[in-house]
Ligand binder design. Structure first.
Ligand code: OFO
Length: 161
């Protein structure tokens, strides 16, 4: 069994993961509107990943016989000026999520909740990847600059995700 406080904190994180999913789905929709097929595909995959993150927590609460409480998902933006802005926001957002996961780790340590601490290690590693992939794409966009042909190839590359 986990504490009530931990149960509430994980439920809040489920909401945050679903908000992330919703954010990336909105980016995917906006990229589709802008004709950026590869960017749209990348964010659609990102949406799937975030839902998996949420469901992994749902599964853990189930194993611990703790109640899942789904709270309303706050509104997300609907348009961005360009792909670069989307990926900048993605990186900033992922840094915030990393801090949230670390706060959960702190709580698990404080409560000597070894099972939750162990489960959270997966998320700690995942966040390293999440930040790195957004960072990598931003670096690629730096090379692309204003070159339309290079951007076309960049977009095609993202479609392969
Ligand atoms: Fe769930 O890692 Fe992104 O937000």
């Amino acid at each position: 069994m986990i504490s009530k406080k931990m149960q509430e904190a994980i439920n809040a994180q489920i909401n945050a993961e679903m908000w992330s999913a919703y954010l990336y789905l909105a980016m995917s929709m906006d990229a589709t509107d802008k004709g950026l097929k590869g960017v749209a595909h990348w964010f659609r995959k990102q949406y799937d990943e975030e839902m998996q993150h949420a469901f992994k927590f749902v599964g853990y609460l189930g194993e611990q016989l703790a109640k899942v409480e789904l709270k309303p998902i706050a509104e997300v933006p609907t348009t961005w000026c360009c792909a670069k802005k989307m990926f900048e926001e993605t990186l900033e957002h992922e840094k915030k999520v990393t801090a949230m996961i670390h706060a959960l780790c702190d709580l698990a340590a404080e409560e000597k909740d070894y099972a939750t601490a162990n489960m959270l290690q997966w998320y700690v590693n995942e966040q390293v990847e999440e930040e790195a992939s957004a960072q990598e794409i931003l670096e690629a966009l730096e090379f692309v600059g204003e070159d339309k042909a290079a951007f076309y190839m960049f977009d095609k590359g993202l479609a392969a995700r």
